[in-house]
Design a protein around this ligand. Structure first.
Ligand code: HT7
Ligand code: ZN
Length: 846
């Protein structure tokens, strides 16, 4: 497979200005008639090369004249045609097979509905086209299908015609006035229920809002609709950005490779990020629905109105849009808790990616399979880069920069440099050094040292940055100096050199340094602080992120010590810290975060040659010791956080989180199992039910099977809840797990063709069951490889995401590394390995 390089980018030789599509939808043989208007870009005599894959070519017409098959060349991925005209019309007819499309790219079926997914390069599986984001055209789309099977026929833009046809068929025609790249094209056809509402924009236009869901699910779409309206209002208030079409449609489907897709005017969503009601959705589900609805809506400006010149620029739209959705969530909920959750994702997953074989800058330079670059780095680190810009420029200037970006580039396909230049020009800021964040991979390490000069009342701080010998970055470092003074002294430092020092005057006593307030930069730190200093930050820092982070550092220290010396006892000071957290009068949601131990994934990366079982044992020992020592307090907090009725406001959600984290401590103790069944039986919401079941899966007892069976009976006809059931089963922490996994794969409701279900078993096992995934026999690794071999032929994109834990083995002990490599070599030798997996396996074994 040949890589593509950013450095090889060339503008397209032809433009497509208008596209007129007709789809005659049939289960196994859909006919697509694609009329395109081309113009030649500048003078050249190169042939026209169109992308096309897995389509059957029926005919080609040039300006109305049918071409003989000798007049063009077709291979597996292109159609080449020599044309001497500067302005011409091409009509290409293809046939495609949605029913057999298990890769879920291009046109496929989700149950009985037809659905498309074109990002990144799916349109070429529908028709021959210049399938690249810098070719932008206006689309008119006519959809023809059986009226009974598909009463709803949808595409981008506004409906311009509809009518009945012979043989029980009907058609609807749509026109999207905004020029767009092919990756934003969408078509959906099926039988849905529709939740309708409307939104009055800030300039007084009425926008029709429609959410399409499977029949029987309409009551689960209200939260999504309310979230959409909140997102529309937020973007107007925060960035002055208004929606532009007369209609905004969202369709929820069960078969989908990722979370959702921002197609112009017609978002397609994994049903998991639309459907939610009190009984079947957890608080986390509610949060995620709002966040993903916001994310896709925000793309209308950051992605659709201004799009990417090429796929190497993906972070231009994704990093910026994730930053926008994070700010939206922070404004809708607790800003501190939202930030803590962002950082947990970054530390536990993005840092590992950046240290692994697939590490890449947020603007990658070399790609084999584009789908492999929808990564935590492009999305989450990309969002951190935008956040740093926001921190450096400040809110007002950031807004000025964004305003200039939109006025310069509306309707265009641009680069990350274009974005940064607009921010620099609008604010008169030199951002040349800052641009390095786009081209460096790896997580920078800040090594911090301090010196207090009592005589001169000066505090000296030195920070050195390092990242594999790469040039120094511009890193904003927020700090607080804590002394006995009433006010802490807060600063934003601009670290721009490899090593830099600052002197703070008039500091009357040695301060405690709270570093990286609000996590101002995606970096690791090397700054050992005493338990007392950390305890001081936990209670005295103004910045809530630092308060939380100090607790995490303290816990990390003791978990790593216990790992090396399993018999050691924890110091009283640690118990005291936890006692004060439990007894403090802090917001419940924040307290729940403080009580949550750093996860296996957050810790594993920073320990060399780690035996994962020893690390898991150490986490468990610390948890059990805290539970034992402070059992009455955990119980008291557990009981005090119980609520009589169910409500969904921030306070109620926080209380549930706190109650359930206390439960997770209490169940480590011998005589507390009854709490699980009690909570399961009395729960009036899915958050509490699932918390009880997760604890039961983590500490399996006699009761577990009864509870799981009861749950399955209750929810057997709810697909999304059954995904939770499959995930719980795959997380059961005992040595019957491999038999259990075989049973699950053979379960009548299991299918590898459904990505949510496949992930529910496979990802739940590899992520939530690390003790057995990493078991000494290597059976966990073998299980994953067996599933990947099957998935490779069904859905390579899903397979490629699931392989992640197997390629990030660098910090594991030698024995496990060699077992993993052995499995990867087997996979590498598989004939017909899709390029998605090939790229990753080759990188891991290189
Ligand atoms: N822009 C989208 C990225 C995407 C995708 C979505 C669904 C299925 C396959 C996909 N490939 C790429 C989603 C987003 O970031 O909003
Ligand atoms: Zn996105």
């Amino acid at each position: 497979f040949t890589p593509r390089y950013l450095a090889d980018y060339r503008a397209a030789y032809f433009s497509i200005t208008r596209v007129d599509l007709t789809f005659e939808l049939e289960h196994q043989k859909t006919r697509v008639t694609n009329q395109m208007h081309f113009t030649r870009n500048k003078a050249h005599n190169l042939p026209l090369v169109l992308d096309g894959e897995q389509v059957t070519l029926v005919s080609v017409k040039l300006d109305g004249e049918i071409l003989a098959s000798t007049e063009y060349q077709v291979d597996d991925h292109s159609l080449t045609l020599a044309v001497d005209r500067d302005d011409f019309q091409l009509e290409i007819v293809t046939e495609i097979n949605p029913a057999d499309n298990t890769a879920l790219e291009g046109l496929f079926k989700s149950g009985d509905a037809y659905c498309t997914q074109c990002e990144a390069e799916g349109f070429r599986r529908i028709s021959y086209y210049l399938d690249r984001p810098d070719v932008m055209a206006t689309f008119t789309t006519k959809v023809i299908a059986d009226k009974r099977q598909c009463p709803h026929l949808l595409s981008n833009g506004n409906k311009i015609a509809a009518g009945n046809l012979a043989n029980g068929k009907h058609f609807v025609q749509w026109h999207d006035p905004f020029p767009k790249p092919s990756y934003l094209f969408a078509l959906v056809a099926g039988d849905f229920e529709v939740l309708r509402d409307q939104y009055l924009t800030m300039s007084g236009r009425d926008v029709a809002l429609e959410i399409f869901v499977d029949k029987g699910n309409i009551n689960k779409a209200h939260h999504a609709m309310a979230s959409l309206k909140r997102a529309m209002a937020w973007d107007e208030q925060t960035f002055g950005l208004e929606y532009d079409l007369d209609i905004y449609m969202i369709v929820a489907v069960d078969f989908f490779n990722m979370g959702a897709m921002e197609n112009k005017g017609l978002n397609v969503f994994n049903s998991k990020y639309v459907l939610a009601d009190e009984t079947s959705a957890t608080d986390v589900d509610y949060f995620n629905v709002e966040a993903v609805i916001g994310h896709e809506y925000f793309h209308n400006w950051t992605g659709n109105r201004v799009t990417c010149r090429d796929w190497f620029q993906l972070s231009l739209k994704e990093g910026l849009t994730v930053f926008r959705d994070q700010q939206f969530s922070a404004d809708m909920h607790s800003a501190a808790v939202t930030r803590i959750q962002n950082v947990r994702v970054l530390r536990s997953q993005q840092f590992a990616e950046d240290a692994g074989p697939m590490a890449h800058p947020i603007r990658p330079e070399k790609v084999i399979e584009m789908n492999n670059f929808y990564t935590l780095t492009v999305y989450e680190k990309g969002a951190e880069v935008i956040r740093m810009l926001h921190t450096i420029l400040g809110k007002e200037k950031f807004r000025q920069g964004l305003d200039l970006y939109f006025s310069r580039f509306d309707g265009m396909a641009v680069t990350c440099d274009d974005f940064i230049n607009a921010m620099a020009d609008a604010t008169g800021t030199d951002l040349e050094q800052f641009k390095l964040w786009y081209s460096q991979s790896g997580t920078p390490l800040l090594t911090v040292s301090e010196y207090y000069d009592e005589q001169n009342a000066q505090y000296h701080l030195t920070i050195a940055q390092s990242n594999n010998e790469q040039p120094a970055l511009h890193i904003p470092v927020g700090i607080e100096l804590i002394t006995s003074e009433q006010q802490n002294d807060a600063h934003l430092l601009a670290l721009t050199k490899a090593k830099q020092s600052w002197t703070f005057e008039g500091v009357k006593e040695k301060p405690v340094l709270a570093l990286l307030t609000d996590f101002t930069a995606p970096v690791k730190t090397n700054f050992p602080q005493s338990d007392q200093a950390l305890a001081c930050i936990m209670t005295r820092a103004d910045d809530e992120f630092c308060r939380w982070d100090a607790g995490q550092k303290l816990l990390t220290t003791y978990i790593t010590r216990v790992m090396k010396q399993p018999q050691m006892s924890l110091p009283d000071s640690l118990y005291q810290v936890f006692e004060s957290i439990l007894s403090a009068d802090t917001a419940a949601a924040f307290k729940a975060e403080q009580l949550t131990l750093p996860s296996f994934n957050e810790l594993v990366d920073s320990i060399e040659a780690v035996n994962p079982i020893a690390l898991l044992d150490a986490i468990e020992t610390v948890k059990r010791s805290l539970a034992k020592q402070l059992a009455p307090l955990f119980l008291k907090q557990y009981q005090a956080s119980a609520q009589a009725g169910y409500s969904h406001d921030g306070i109620a959600i926080g209380k549930r989180a706190l109650k359930n984290v206390c439960l997770s401590y209490l169940v480590t103790l011998d005589n507390h199992e009854h709490l699980l069944s009690q909570q399961y039986q009395s729960a009036n919401n899915m958050t509490d039910t699932l918390a009880a079941l997760s604890c039961a899966a983590a500490y399996p007892s006699q009761e577990l099977n009864t509870l799981m069976a009861d749950f399955a009976i209750k929810w057997s006809d709810n697909t999304l809840v059954m995904d939770k059931w499959f995930a719980l089963q795959a997380s059961i922490n005992n040595d019957t797990i491999f038999d259990k996994l075989s049973d699950l794969m053979a379960h009548p409701l299991f299918s590898l063709k459904n990505p949510n279900r496949a992930r529910a078993v496979i990802a739940a096992f590899t992520q939530n069951n690390p003790r057995y995934f990493h078991c000494a026999s290597g059976r966990g690794y073998q299980f994953l490889i067996e599933q990947l071999v099957l998935l490779n032929d069904i859905n390579p994109q899903v397979a490629s995401r699931l392989i992640t834990p197997l390629i990030q083995f660098k910090s594991l002990d030698a024995k496990r590394q060699s077992m993993i490599k052995e499995q990867l070599v087997k996979l590498q030798q598989h004939d017909k390995l899709a390029k998605d997996l090939q790229e990753k396996v080759d990188a891991a074994l290189a």
